[in-house]
Design a protein around this ligand. Structure first.
Ligand SMILES: [Zn+2]
Length: 331
């Protein structure tokens, strides 16, 4: 029986607010007199269908309204990940969403960084940040976010990305925002090939010059694109259980993780919005191992792939890979 708990892990596709523990959200809502209308029941988020998921996500995110709230949020997520033997995590953060709750980007960043520094000391977990623009807010706003992020130049802000509705706008419209982020030294990723087909991955990689793709799994439907991803060494941030819960695939057995991996594409395992999807990083690793026939060595290899594709500086990467190599093999 595979001991997945002891396998060192890395999480490279995780939305900060999407990882909010339900108990923390319930406690903050109670303190602030916010009615969550049954969103949290028995320590879980309750929702059905994609539009309810989006509403649930927004309702949970809306209880975080001060820098202290974001610091507590970040700390609780990192402690939870450290308890799962996670060496490294990257958070997607959204300046647009923070501003909507009345916290400036500078205050938000300061709070999240304080929590990262504290948990690195207490729990030995390393974390970095990838600010996202929201595709539906349009190219002009994306450029504004990229400028804001580039100006910050914080050593923990190491990437830039895009999430949101894949049907809105064309990736080429966002090239100026991504060019600006690249020139500021940020590494690039964007959500594509989750609800959009393989062409959504091809055009995003082409126009935004991505090092990684968020999800990207529907690239599996186009053999030429699969070959190209493998040849160019583009890493996919695969979130297997998220894809099943959001009905991109009917079940894990139908998920193309193994097909992509066997074709030489760099695939990793992350969780996206874990408490909303009833998952944890350990559960995603475990179910992937059981469904796709992965050994402990394979899982460690997947962690290595994630660390090799991590948006961190080289000394940090070398230190993390050394920790992975030195971790005892699972019994
Ligand atoms: Zn995502």
């Amino acid at each position: 029986m595979l001991n997945v708990d002891s396998i060192p892990k890395a999480e490279i596709h995780l939305h900060l607010e999407g990882a909010a523990p339900p108990d923390l959200v319930a406690a903050l809502a109670a303190k602030k007199g916010v009615d969550l209308k049954g969103l949290v029941q028995n320590g879980r988020y309750v929702w059905r269908g994609f539009s309810e998921f989006l509403a649930a996500y927004d309702a949970a995110a809306a209880v975080f309204t001060t820098p202290e709230d974001y610091e507590a949020l970040t700390r609780s997520i990192l402690e939870g990940l450290a308890a799962q033997n996670t060496l490294y995590a990257e958070f997607f953060v959204s300046p647009d969403h923070a501003e909507a709750t009345g916290v400036s980007w500078a205050e938000y960043l300061g709070a999240v960084v304080r929590a990262i520094e504290a948990t690195e000391k207490t729990h030995g977990i390393t974390a970095r940040l990838i600010p996202l623009c929201v595709r539906g807010y349009g190219p002009e706003n994306a450029k504004r976010v990229a400028e804001l992020v580039a100006k910050t130049a914080h050593p923990y802000v190491t990437g830039f990305g895009m999430a949101g509705d894949e049907r809105m706008h064309h990736p080429r419209d966002f090239a100026p925002a991504f060019d600006l982020a690249r020139e500021a030294g940020l590494k690039l990723t964007a959500h594509a090939g989750e609800f959009g087909g393989p062409e959504s991955v091809a055009v995003a990689v082409e126009h935004l010059k991505l090092a990684r793709v968020g999800h990207g799994v529907r690239a599996s439907e186009d053999p030429a694109l699969v070959r190209r991803l493998a040849e160019e060494g583009i890493t996919l941030e695969v979130c297997p259980i998220s894809n099943v819960v959001l009905e991109v695939y009917p079940n894990l057995a139908a998920h193309p993780f193994k097909k992509l991996r066997d074709a030489g594409v760099k695939v990793t395992i992350s969780t996206d919005d874990p408490p909303f999807f009833g998952t944890t990083l350990t559960r995603d690793y475990r179910e992937a191992a059981e469904t796709f026939g992965l050994s402990a060595e394979d899982l460690r290899g997947i962690t290595r792939t994630a660390l090799e594709a991590a948006f961190c500086d080289e000394p940090t990467r070398a230190r993390l890979i050394k920790r992975l190599d030195e971790a005892p093999l699972a019994s």
